[in-house]
Design a protein around this ligand. Structure first.
Ligand SMILES: C[S@@+](CC[C@H](N)C(=O)[O-])C[C@H]1O[C@@H](n2cnc3c(N)ncnc32)[C@H](O)[C@@H]1O
Length: 333
């Protein structure tokens, strides 16, 4: 009872209700909340602190940024979801907040798109700065265990490298990306490699233009750390994966290279296994595996990072659809 009263007290204030309504749309930093709410940073921080100590929201420090998101387990989650269900988008103040939130997200997406348009021609060189590409690709192929696939989707395909890597293991393959500049290069690369069964198209990974269960291999290679909502992106990918299909995610382990945010449009500084595996199981994957590829000693000076490969298989039968046992994400970096 005491806990419940504390939680309800924490929520029962107009700005804190607005914060709840905003975080219901995805995780945000304090400065993004300050921007949308139009209040000073100390005030917003005070509201956030109250919500966090009542277990309604979670604080996720990562490098010099701190992300906030709604609690996704326990009593805090139940309370947050019940109150959010009572909020109305028609409320004038909340409707204005949502407009501002859209503007903040657009500005960020535009900045990332501008980055990808600018770096497209040098992408092959940039991607090798932080990855030891050969070993990642070998490990990725091993993770696919020499399987032959009918239909592959490469999400955030960039210059189409993953289509080239898996081209010979799949009957048909498709890459999607938001950047026209990247897609133009991908088309050239596929043509050069003679991969006529592989193609690319312009599409947003949050809203894939495909029916459920279409692809038996899905790759998400070095894409999630750019996104506002990696968890939503993952669940959209799982939606279009075929029962029994394989999803391979390649991204960085948690790191501290803050300059990647300023100079290379990264949003997240890597992901923990706990967080990623929780999202994967929650989205409907099982047989989840993870592998870490650590940089060679001599590469350390070149800012190479530990690369993670996570794989999972889409649950194939109704009986696989058991609720995940008491799993909670720990979001430490
Ligand atoms: C770092 S690149 C990775 C490209 C490729 N997977 C690779 O490893 O070389 C990330 C790609 O994700 C794309 N991207 C970012 N947000 C996207 C979105 N919402 N929908 C589709 N593609 C997106 C970018 O345009 C960019 O080409």
């Amino acid at each position: 009872m005491e806990q419940l009263v504390t939680a309800l007290r924490a929520i029962g204030e107009p700005t804190r209700l607005r914060i709840l309504s905003l975080l219901a749309r995805g995780e945000l930093t304090v400065s993004e909340l300050v921007n949308v709410l139009g209040q000073s940073q100390p005030r917003v921080s005070r509201h956030i602190k109250l919500l966090a100590s009542a277990g309604i929201i979670e604080r996720l420090p990562e490098g010099t940024w701190v992300f906030y998101r709604l609690a996704d387990h326990g009593r805090g989650q139940k309370i947050a979801q019940s109150v959010i269900a009572l909020l109305s988008d028609d409320d004038r103040v909340m409707a204005r907040d949502l407009e501002r939130l859209d503007a903040v997200k657009h500005a960020r997406t535009n900045a990332a798109n501008a980055y990808f348009a600018e770096v497209a021609k040098d992408w092959a060189q940039i991607r090798s700065l932080h990855l030891s590409e050969g070993s990642v690709e070998t490990a990725l192929c091993e993770a696919a265990r020499g399987r032959q696939f009918k239909s592959m989707l490469d999400i955030g395909t960039g210059t189409g490298r993953m289509l080239e890597v898996f081209g010979n293991q799949t009957e048909r393959a498709l890459g999607i990306d938001l950047s026209h500049e990247m897609l133009n290069l991908a088309r050239l690369n596929l043509e050069k490699a003679g991969l006529s069964h592989c193609s690319v198209r312009h599409s947003d990974l949050y809203n894939l233009p495909f029916e459920d269960g279409r692809f038996d291999l899905i790759c998400i290679h070095q894409v999630l750390h750019y996104l506002d909502e990696p968890r939503t992106a993952l669940s959209e990918a799982v939606r279009v994966s075929a029962p029994g299909g394989l999803i391979a995610i390649v991204d960085f382990a948690p790191h501290q290279l803050e300059f990647l945010r300023e100079q290379h449009a990264h949003r997240r500084l890597g992901f923990t296994d706990t967080e990623m595996e929780y999202w994967m199981r929650e989205a409907g994957l099982n047989n989840v595996t993870h592998l870490a590829l650590r940089p060679d000693i001599q590469d350390a000076e070149a800012n190479h990072l530990t690369v993670k490969i996570w794989t999972g298989e889409r649950m194939s039968t109704e009986t696989d659809l058991k609720p995940t046992p008491e799993l909670t994400p720990e979001h430490t970096s």
